[in-house]
Design a protein around this ligand. Sequence first.
Ligand SMILES: [Zn+2]
Length: 257
Amino acid sequence: MRFPREFKPKPTNWKVVLTTAIALAALLFPIGVAAMPAGAVVSTGDVPRGTSEVERNTSDVPRTSLYNTDAASSLQVVVNKKRPLNPIDYLPKGKVQIGYAWVAKPAAEAYAKLKAAVSAKKLGTLCINSGYRSFASQKIIHAAKVAQLGKAAGERLAARPGHSEHQTGLAIDVSTTQLGCRIGPFGSSRASKWIAQNAWQYGFIVRYPSNAKTSITGYVWEPWHLRFVGVELATDMRSKKITTLEEFFGLPAAPRY
Ligand SMILES: [Zn+2]
């Protein structure tokens, strides 16, 4: 591993904290779990979104220690054909609507800035062709493609449910209104070329950056598929000239399931 794992609090300490928290919550809020302090959730192994931001501002721990590639709610979660979301039917909280798409809030805010920058450069008006997709809708898309094209060809186009970045709410397929928001022609646009070079400043990466990386990511070049990972990680990847999450975190290649 090229990066330290996230901190695991001593189980005994957390049992005490958790027990106290539950007791307090039961006393103060009869409805229980929903009112539990956010810290208590850490014992489930799922790091709540926002924790790293708090630590980032208050500690001098190297920032790479705050990357969490495993928790479904983490901005840095690595999802591929070998790494399904956990839980597999994960449902992100806090989505906002942009056009016809829904996007997780941090990605939506960054997208607004990216869109403004593309417009300011007079490269076109960005639009979202596809954003959040639920486990259930991905199941339908996957089944339809497999029925239409057979398993091998179908799975080259549609991820199995639970294995798509779109289920995190952090992935968007973009195009421009000038292209009718179609993703097919986007790769040859000036907007696409600018995004490939500059999206990192807004916390996005072109997640499937070239056909040369298909053996690592499992997907052909998808210039329209942007994944929000946060400005820090996107900047780190840019400065180290590493273009895939698998290579950056030293994770196994995922060419197939
Ligand atoms: Zn996509």
